[in-house]
Every structure is written in structure tokens, then in C-alpha cells.
Ligand binder design. Structure first.
Ligand SMILES: *[C@@H]1O[C@H](CO)[C@@H](O)[C@H](O)[C@H]1NC(C)=O
Length: 379
């Protein structure tokens, strides 16, 4: 009930009928059915459109300090991410449907993001298997994993062209996006001298006229919170990567201790521990963190599809291991007889869980290997 009251408080004119709270976005009323989840300043509701009765998920983010709010800047970044991969037409990454930003009289802001609603996640499927002491067939695991890799490939191989930058920001939030911060919104807000200040930003900078607009530039993005709970299953049965709140430029050079601590804090807040790469657990200076953090998480996810838990969670559950320590030592166990799965599949997990990020495969290599394996298991 608390959360409903907070909606009412923040958006009173939207609720002439208090018995049935709704939010109006672009002249369409969305009736709130129930709270799906919450965290920090954000809430996700199941809503129903009054136009066609379709169900959506609506994320509401409260930003008490308006435009100066870190939460606000992050929500703008998140919105940009929901639009960023649109042009690639991939079904494997979630896209937003609408968003509005409401400025309150007290200077605070509330961001609403309308998203597709999915009934179940890969974590739900895994939970069910664990509960029923059941297993997912290898070919099903491969099918889901290949879809996830296809989505991730779009992020890791993200290219931008200067001519496309204007389209990537929705009109309704363009003003807010441009006024919100001068720092690099697509990267992490690291302290001065960080990568943020010397990275080119395709959306902030006006490109010099001498650069041809078709020139594209590879700017890998990383999801940073790959885990079964962030993979939803669409009505068509395809895996969809969701929660783009921590998705940002993948390659971060760590030049000093302060930057290392800032990234470590970011990881602590955004990258779920059992799936977190060792280089994010203990960030060292004079290093570079890359999209290989996602590859580690993929290895954990694949293991969880096979054995019900992240490998480090499992070690904690079975041997009372210190999960942080196990991750930083890359210590985990494969069940006897690989739980009936092929040694090729186990090998993919092992490749992803290399302590040295450079030794892990790229997402393209992973796709190639897994597609090959699924072809062979079809025979
Ligand atoms: C686990 O290990 C880390 C160091 O790797 C240490 O900081 C932490 O205190 C340990 N936690 C427990 C519960 O022992």
C-alpha cells in the first residue's frame, strides 16, 4: 500500500478516481494492476492500457533532486539504452514503448518508462527445475544461450555513426537529455581524468563538418548485469535481455585508485555478486575493464541453466565457501558426469570462467561454438 500512496502523492492530478489508480502517458491511461518489483527509488508495476487492455510493465523512478539527481541521470541513461539498439532490429534486447518525465512543483522529477511485459524469466524456469529436481535438455539450453549471445553481440559490437545520433534520443526527453549533464552519460561517471572525459561521445559532441556522416565507430557496450533474472522469455519463446540500467560503454581504463574504487562501487551496486566478474570484484589500477565481464557472467548463467545456481553460489551452498573468495580464485566444481551434459558444453562454461579476461572467448566466438554444438546435437 505504501507504494500506491507514493504514486498518488507524486501524481495527484492523474487520479481522479482513487479506487483505480492510473498513469496517463501520451493521452493513454494505464491502470495499475500490481507491483512487480522495487529497488532503490524505482518501482515496476504491471499496468493495463485502457485503449486495448494490453498488459505492460511500467517502471517508475523517483528523483528527489530533479535534474541534479544521480538517479535521474541514470534513468536518462537507461532510457537512451532502450532506444540505442533499436536500429539493429534485434528481438533479443528489450526496447521501451514510451517514457515521460514529470517535473513536480518541489523540484523533484518522476520518470515513467513503459516497457513490454513478460510473464516469466529464465530464473523462473531454473527455479522450477530446481524445485522439481528436473533438468533442462541440452538443446533447450543451447537455444536460449544462442539467443542471449545474439542480443549481447549487438551490444558488444555496437557501432555508431554521427548521422544517427539525432534519432537515438526520443523527442520527448531530448531537452532533458541535453541539459542533464555535461559528463559522459553513456559511460560511467568516473572521477576526473577518467575515461569519461577523453572518450568521444556520439550524442554529446557536435561532429566537425569535415567528418563524413557515414563514418562509423565501434563503441562496445556491456550489459554488466547478465543473469537469469535479467533474461525474460517472450511469448514466442525467445530470450530477451532486460534491465538496461547498468548497460554502458564497455571499455574502461582504470588509471588511479579513485577510479578503481568508483568502478568497484558501481559494480557492487549494479552487478549481481554470484554473476560478477573477478575484475569487477577487486578493481586494480592501471587496468582495463572490458565487455569480457559479460562473458564471465554468461559462463555463470550457462552453469546455472545446467545446475540450478551460479557456480559460486553452488560452492557456497554445498561447501560453505566464501563466494567473493571463490570468484576471485575462479574456484567452482563441475558435478559428477557433468550432470549428463556434454563435455563440449562444460568446456564452454570453463572458457567463459577464465580468470584472465583476455583468455575468455568473444561473444562472436561463443556464438560460433554454440551454434556448431547445437547443430551437432541435432544429428
Ligand atoms: C570473504 O572474503 C573476502 C576477501 O576475499 C573478505 O573480505 C570477506 O570478509 C570474506 N567474508 C567472510 C564472510 O568471511
Amino acid at each position: 500500500m505504501d507504494t500506491l500512496i507514493s504514486i498518488l502523492g507524486s501524481c495527484l492530478p492523474c487520479f481522479p478516481d482513487l479506487s483505480s489508480p492510473y498513469v496517463t502517458i501520451k493521452n493513454v491511461k494505464y491502470r495499475i494492476i500490481k507491483l512487480l518489483g522495487e529497488g532503490g527509488f524505482s518501482y515496476v508495476y504491471l499496468v493495463k492500457s485502457s485503449v486495448n487492455d494490453a498488459q505492460y510493465a511500467m517502471k517508475k523512478i523517483r528523483c528527489p533532486f530533479g535534474s541534479n539527481d544521480e538517479t535521474y541521470k541514470n534513468s536518462i541513461k537507461e532510457i537512451k539504452n532502450y532506444h540505442r539498439f533499436l536500429k539493429f532490429g534485434t528481438p533479443y534486447i528489450i526496447q521501451s514503448i514510451e517514457e515521460i518525465i514529470i517535473s513536480e512543483v518541489d523540484g523533484s522529477k518522476t520518470v515513467y518508462i513503459l516497457l513490454p511485459y513478460f510473464e516469466k524469466s529464465l530464473q523462473d524456469i531454473i527455479n522450477n527445475l530446481v524445485m522439481n529436481d528436473d533438468k533442462m535438455p541440452e538443446e533447450d539450453i543451447l537455444k536460449i544461450f544462442i539467443g542471449i549471445c545474439r542480443g549481447l553481440k549487438v551490444m558488444h559490437n555496437y557501432k555508431t555513426t554521427t548521422s544517427q545520433s539525432a534519432q537515438s534520443v526520443p523527442n520527448s526527453i531530448a531537452d532533458d537529455v541535453h541539459s542533464s549533464t555535461s559528463a559522459d552519460e553513456d559511460g560511467l561517471l568516473l572521477p576526473p581524468q577518467g575515461p569519461a572525459s577523453d572518450d568521444e561521445d556520439e550524442e554529446n559532441g557536435d561532429a566537425p563538418p569535415s567528418i563524413p556522416t557515414e563514418l562509423s565507430q565501434l563503441i562496445p557496450f556491456a550489459h554488466r548485469d547478465i543473469k537469469p533474472a535479467n533474461v525474460m522469455i517472450s511469448a514466442e519463446g525467445l530470450p530477451v535481455l532486460v534491465d538496461l540500467g547498468s548497460c554502458s560503454k564497455a571499455r574502461i581504463k582504470i588509471r588511479n585508485r579513485q577510479q578503481a574504487l568508483t568502478l568497484q562501487d558501481f559494480a557492487q551496486e549494479h552487478c549481481t555478486l554470484p554473476y560478477r566478474a573477478p575484475e569487477l570484484l577487486d578493481v586494480v589500477k592501471n587496468s582495463e575493464v572490458t565487455e569480457k565481464t559479460d562473458i564471465w557472467s554468461l559462463g555463470c548463467l550457462l552453469y546455472a541453466c545446467c545446475f540450478g545456481y551460479s557456480p559460486f553460489e553452488k560452492l557456497e551452498l554445498e561447501q560453505g565457501a566464501n563466494i567473493s573468495l571463490a570468484i576471485s580464485q575462479g574456484k567452482y566444481i563441475m558435478p559428477k558426469n557433468n550432470g549428463g551434459y556434454s563435455s563440449e558444453l562444460m568446456d564452454i562454461i570453463n572458457q567463459c570462467l577464465k580468470l584472465n579476461p583476455d583468455k575468455r572467448p568473444t561473444v562472436d566466438q561463443l556464438l560460433e561454438t554454440t551454434i556448431e554444438l547445437s547443430r551437432n546435437s541435432d544429428l
